[in-house]
Design a protein around this ligand. Structure first.
Ligand code: SF4
Length: 461
């Protein structure tokens, strides 16, 4: 039920909630991005057709995953790319370490890759004495702050510009109190330029890998993946097995959906194709499973592998917007993270499927039509059946089920409840009951609806 810090989603969310102005600002900023997404979606009359097409392409991929992966591997090798397979996070990290070690490299530049967050690559390489600098601006900010990203597209969305100014002052030497985003961006640009020019190795993620051609595509708004990959002698790309699309023509569907859903832009600034290494350089691609084939085998949850990591489900989620990404204590936060994480460790992430109102807004905005809220509901059932729900909650639910199954018990329970509400409200409304933290105690009714109805029928009221 809890993470390595020993805290559940609810406990971590209450820490985030202590700073109310930050919660309001976080909530409003993400909602603003959600609205930008809506504007872009409504501009395309074929939006729903695009979503359906993307969903069907991904259905095909998931049903023929091994075939497409082998096709991709064969074509990538023909193009001169060196392909590695990793069963889990540990193997992924070891492969990358070995590639660097073989060349005597101890400094690497890395663009955004949620897979490397999932595998804790930075921490692993640090332990091996390898310095990794994240080159995505948001990732670099959280790296300097020694924090994980709180959002898959906007890693430092929880930070105010004044806080970023303080971080830059401390680590990059910008003027004290400087918080002008333009000046801070220029400071980061100068700092990263030196990194790009001096790193011999660059690691990137992969947005789409095309089976037909053996090439892969990386989407960034800052061009940082290109800067790193083009200047380094070795480019390592980390890719989850689900990133495959069958043909190049399918890219048109996904690229039109991705950034409109993510940030409300019509297209990503840079969609870069990597097909073969430049002379004198190597491209390695590490294809990672890390629990994905187990998820593929879970009939109710396999659709979650369609995710293209746009973040729209987070931006729209009322729980995410109010609780912050760090409260999810997993690499991918929000609704989709709450479906993916229990597959990796059901006990550790048993709290996450409950961090949802099940309002369905996530499923409505998802560009690949994942039934996110249905899957969250299904995870709850699995978690309860497997015995990972908290004991107090399980006992309370059992007592409730027993009471609701007997009309006599239900009526007596109601009577007792009304008396407690009236004469001993402290028995319910106390510090042990989180429900009342932000709620007013209601006035106890004098009678139940059944009593009122019967009296009325008899003409007594
Ligand atoms: S689940 Fe859908 S909405 Fe959420 S990040 Fe993935 S693709 Fe985007």
């Amino acid at each position: 039920m809890s993470n390595v810090t020993g805290k559940s989603h609810a406990e971590l969310a209450s820490i985030f909630n202590q700073d109310e102005p930050r919660v309001d600002w976080h909530d409003e900023t993400l909602w603003w991005i959600r609205q930008k997404r809506d504007v872009q979606a409504h501009k395309l009359p074929e939006w729903e057709l695009l979503r359906e097409t993307a969903s069907q392409i991904k259905n095909n991929v998931l049903s023929n995953l091994s075939t497409y992966l082998e096709q991709f591997e064969a074509n990538a090798i023909n193009n001169g790319i060196i392909v590695h397979w990793a069963t889990d996070a540990e193997e992924h990290n070891q492969i990358i370490h070995r590639l660097l070690q073989e060349r005597g490299i101890n400094r690497m530049v890395k663009s955004k890759s949620m897979l490397t967050e999932e595998c804790h690559l930075n921490e692993y390489l640090k332990e091996q004495g390898i310095d990794v600098i994240d080159s995505d601006l948001g990732e670099r900010i959280v790296q300097l702050a020694n924090e994980p990203p709180s959002h898959i597209v906007l890693p430092c969305i929880h930070k105010k510009k004044e806080e970023i100014g303080d971080i830059f002052h401390e680590h990059l030497g910008s003027a004290k109190g400087e918080s002008d985003p333009k000046i801070l961006t220029e400071t980061a640009r100068q700092h990263l330029r030196e990194v790009f020019l001096t790193r011999r190795a660059a690691l990137t993620g992969v947005n789409f890998a095309i089976a037909e051609t053996g090439e892969f595509v990386i989407c960034t708004n800052e061009g940082n993946a290109d800067m790193g990959a083009h200047l380094a002698e070795i480019h390592i790309a980390s890719m989850g097995i689900e990133k495959i699309i069958p043909e190049r023509k399918h890219l048109g569907v996904f690229l039109r959906l991705l950034t409109r859903s993510a940030t409300g832009q019509p297209i990503t600034t840079y969609s870069s194709h990597f097909k073969r290494p430049q002379q004198g350089t190597d491209i390695h691609i590490v294809i990672v499973d890390n629990g994905r084939s187990i998820q593929l085998g879970r009939e109710d949850f396999r659709n979650s592998l369609k995710c293209i990591r746009c973040g729209a489900c987070m931006n729209t989620c009322p729980v995410y917007r109010k609780s912050g990404g760090h409260s999810y204590h997993t690499a991918v936060a929000g609704p989709i993270g709450s479906i993916l994480a229990p597959n990796l460790d059901m006990k550790k992430y048993a709290d996450l499927p409950f961090a949802s109102t099940l309002c369905g807004s996530c499923s409505n905005v998802c560009p690949v039509k994942i039934d996110i809220h249905d899957q969250l509901y299904k995870w709850r059932q699995v978690i309860v059946k497997e015995g990972y729900s908290p004991t107090a909650k399980t006992m309370a639910m059992k007592a409730m089920a027993f009471t609701l199954s007997s009309p006599t018990l239900y009526r007596s329970g109601g009577k007792v409840g009304r008396l407690v509400f009236k004469y001993a409200p402290f028995a319910v409304n106390n510090s042990l009951n989180p429900w009342y933290k932000h709620r007013e105690m209601p006035k106890a009714p004098e009678q139940s609806f059944g009593e009122w109805y019967n009296k009325r029928k008899e003409g007594k009221q």
